[in-house]
Design a protein around this ligand. Structure first.
Ligand SMILES: [Zn+2]
Ligand SMILES: [Zn+2]
Length: 398
């Protein structure tokens, strides 16, 4: 008896099954033990892969093509979830309290498993080598990407690609952009120390709350007055903590926030401007400060040539109309760790479906994807691998 199943339908179903299992069993960054075991078990069932664990919760699968020399391509999926309580009605909703796949990384993992499934079947025709990296800890700095680079997985890699399911874009579309795509997300903490006292006798204190408010206001002038308006930047103060009661002026205030940039020069400049303002304001009021600035992931900058290849892949697999230009976002992505080692590109796979009510943003308790996006992702990844492993990137492998 022969099967009448359409192989693509069967594969799409399998990818959805993988995704739902992962969705129901989310794990936080650096704790993806069951996830990595599950992924490894699925990969073990595919022929021709050499598997390893570069870190305790990541999985690397290497496929040697049998089609002669070619390029070494790294394809990356991230696997971690977020500390969010899921608020959806899905039968496959998170079983882990307070943990949710609210960014779509469950889908990324399933798509890359799907691509591995197809590509292992094509191995005899493929030139070069494909490394499938199932990465831990994208959501939590210092991130899994850099750890994997440090573990050596990029040695000998010629091209790196990755994809993010993207809820702002309708399902069926894929967004690409050459050049800067995602920002470098840095963080800062400022402590202002004055002298506390009675709320009724402010003249006997150095009130750090008033000073902190001046600092928050002064910092707004960096993006509006000091930065070149044509160079993107964000500076947001996102926490402010002080005080215990209505009649006590506290001793100290702590502020923290984030700075987002694309340009490395501006990225270096902003903390210097910040500290000059913080120093000036606190000295002016007779208080003291500490200022800590931590550089996060680098900006994600797509290689123009690889981006062009991927544009062709999207047009040829999903149709002319599927390709749209991505808008750069001030969000960060640790895929940039790979791009500092080899040229590559990162793309957004549309996952929004207004008619089905799938509209919640990433990192939201109601975040969801249209699962048709998974099949689109698999198709694009497979064809991208076929083309990018060939030395001349213009021609698909045959
Ligand atoms: Zn995220
Ligand atoms: Zn994400």
């Amino acid at each position: 008896m022969t099967s009448t199943l359409d192989p693509q339908t069967t594969l799409d179903d399998q990818v959805i099954t993988w995704r739902r299992h992962l969705h129901a069993n989310p794990e936080l960054s650096f704790q993806e033990h069951a996830t990595a075991d599950y992924v490894e078990a699925q990969l073990r069932a595919m022929p021709g892969l050499t598997l390893s664990r570069p870190t305790p919760t990541s999985v690397l699968a290497v496929l040697q093509g049998g089609g002669g020399p070619g390029r070494t391509l790294l394809m990356r999926a991230d696997m971690d979830a977020l500390p969010i309580q899921e608020d959806t009605e899905y039968a496959f909703a998170s079983k882990n309290d307070g943990v949710m796949h609210a960014c779509g990384h469950d889908g990324h993992t399933a798509m890359l498993l799907g691509a591995a499934q197809v590509l292992t079947g094509l191995a005899s025709q493929l030139p070069g080598e494909i490394r499938f990296i199932f990465q831990h800890a994208e959501e939590l700095f210092p991130g899994g990407g850099q750890q994997l680079v440090d573990a050596g997985i990029m040695r000998g890699v010629d091209v790196a690609i990755g994809a993010h399911l993207f809820s702002p874009i309708p399902v069926g579309l894929v967004a690409l952009k050459a050049g800067p795509l995602m920002a470098a997300p840095d963080t800062f903490t400022v402590t202002v120390t004055g002298r506390g006292g009675h709320g009724a006798m402010p003249h006997e204190t150095v009130d750090p709350i008033v000073i902190a408010c001046h600092i928050v206001t002064a910092l707004q002038a960096i993006v509006s007055r000091q930065r070149d308006p044509l160079e993107p930047a964000v500076l947001s103060v996102t926490t402010i903590h002080a005080g215990t009661a209505h009649n006590i002026i506290p001793n100290a205030v702590q502020l923290s926030g984030t700075v987002r940039t694309f340009d490395p020069g501006l990225r270096e400049q902003i903390p210097q401007w910040m500290e000059r303002l913080i120093r000036g304001v606190t000295e002016g009021f007779g208080a003291a400060y500490t200022f800590e600035y931590e550089c996060g992931y680098r900006a994600t900058i797509n290689d123009p040539e690889i981006t062009e290849v991927l544009r062709g892949v999207v047009r040829d697999t999903l149709g002319e109309d599927a390709l749209v230009e991505a808008q750069p976002t001030m969000g960060g992505e640790d895929f940039s760790a790979y791009l500092s080692e080899a040229p590559g590109a990162f793309m957004f796979i549309g996952a929004r479906n207004e008619d089905a009510g799938i509209t919640a943003p990433h990192h939201h308790p109601k975040f969801a994807i249209d699962e048709a996006a998974l099949g689109h992702g698999v198709k694009v990844l497979v064809e991208a691998a076929r083309r990018l492993t060939v030395w001349d990137t213009g021609r698909p492998a045959t």
